[in-house]
Design a protein around this ligand. Structure first.
Ligand code: TRH
Length: 391
């Protein structure tokens, strides 16, 4: 089948990150995908295999990833340039495909039209997943939009998880991990503890690096902190400039380049503790099965606090009480949801030893989530009846 995926980049990397993962996953299952995006610039590092070429009609297309063609959003806005729509049209996060494209969709046997929503673990997701909305006006009048909600429970659309994920993780043995880290410029040894950081500007990262440095001094083992570009690197530099000599030496900071998506996933597998931000990375941290802290995208009206707690509830299901409270306190502090004394990050549960509670609970949460059918499997089944016109 041919899928048209529409993506508008609002802010940050999550919109394109999810749409790219979805497109690549569909392609890996033998589907053909056109990814329409208004700003493809992040693909230069997220999917560097994509190269741009101009066809004989002057249209630009990003090619290089088997099964996926990246197209300029603007080309779907000009009636004379709009191609025949595919079998399924995915509108990511209510991004409103261009009118010229909607006109073409409005044919006797229209494509399945699916609005892929943001991931949340809150209760409304089950109530909203699968709802339809008839369109009464405009170029799409008479068509129906179907709402597809990713989620953690059986009555939701599941999480993006490639069919070969487990095999790739198994192939990432301890030797492979150390080799991969060396190639990244991180000369880690097996006894070295690693922390990755991908966060927003508001993160209390200085407090946390101070606490991690104190921990490293107590354990007398090296701790390396792997910093993604942007806020994490900037905040860590600021901490480093002000930290005392002993603390500064206790942490070895590494400033990483922006990594291709599969390498970003490996970063999370390679570390013992991951600090991640945004929904897509939160899911990847879950698949990594390692202790993690989620820096949620902050919203002005504060609704992110409930969203954060709903995520926590899922991930901590079955965890013992002391661990649950300590992890909750850590997540809340990192997200500015608790008042702690300035400069003090809460004590973290043990994330260093493979067999301690937090790493174990993280592996269990990952296993539990794998029991659910993944998002692309569910999306294909969801769209199929509408494609054949029987839905
Ligand atoms: O960038 P984000 O903060 O995106 C956010 C959220 O999606 C949020 O919900 C949304 O409303 C807001 O944007 C507008 O975090 P997220 O979702 O984790 O997306 C980051 C993507 O970047 C993810 O696909 C992983 C990818 N990535 C790499 O591929 N390589 C890297 O080196 C890094 C740091 C990230």
């Amino acid at each position: 089948m041919l899928w048209d995926v529409f993506c508008r980049v609002i802010d940050n990397f999550g919109d394109l990150g999810v749409c790219w993962r979805l497109s690549a996953d569909l392609a890996a299952r033998g589907q053909r995908v056109r990814l329409w995006v208004d700003d493809a610039s992040a693909l230069a590092w997220m999917a560097p295999e994509v190269v741009w070429a101009t066809d004989e009609s002057g249209r630009e297309a990003g090619v290089g990833h088997a099964g996926v063609t990246v197209r300029r959003w603007a080309d779907a806005e000009q009636a004379e340039r709009v191609p025949e729509p595919g079998d399924v049209v995915i509108e990511a996060f209510g991004c409103d495909p261009p009118e010229a494209f909607l006109w073409r969709m409005n044919r006797p046997t229209p494509p399945a039209w699916v609005n892929l929503e943001y991931l949340s673990a809150e209760d409304y997701v089950e109530r909203s997943h699968g709802l339809q909305s008839p369109v009464f006006n405009g170029p799409a009048a008479g068509l129906r939009k179907h709402f597809f909600y990713p989620g953690f429970t059986p009555r939701t659309g599941g999480l993006l998880r490639e069919p070969d994920l487990a095999a790739r993780q198994r192939a990432f043995t301890e030797d492979a991990r150390l080799t991969w880290l060396r190639q990244l410029g991180v000369p880690a040894t097996a006894d070295c503890r690693l922390v990755s950081v991908f966060c927003y500007a508001t993160a209390p990262l200085g407090d946390w690096l101070g606490a991690l440095a104190d921990e490293a001094l107590r354990h007398q083992g090296p701790t390396r902190v792997l910093l993604t570009p942007g806020h994490a690197t900037r905040l860590a530099r600021a901490w480093h400039d002000l930290a005392g000599g002993e603390r500064r030496q206790a942490l070895i900071l590494h400033e990483l380049p922006a990594l291709p998506q599969p390498e970003f996933d490996r970063l999370l597998w390679a570390c013992h503790l991951n600090i991640v931000r945004g929904e897509d990375s939160a899911v990847r941290a879950l698949w990594a099965g390692k202790p993690h802290i989620w820096h949620i995208y902050p919203q002005d009206d504060g609704v992110h606090a409930d969203k954060l707690d709903a995520f926590l509830d899922h991930w901590l299901k079955g965890a013992n009480e002391p661990l649950s409270s300590a992890v909750r306190a850590a997540w809340h502090h990192f997200n500015g949801l608790t008042q702690a004394a300035a400069g003090l990050a809460p004590a973290l549960p043990d994330w260093r030893r493979h067999d301690s509670d937090w790493p174990q609970a993280s592996r269990q949460a990952s296993q539990r989530a794998r029991a659910q059918a993944d998002l692309v499997t569910q999306l294909q089944a969801f769209a199929a009846p509408f494609v054949t016109g029987s839905g």
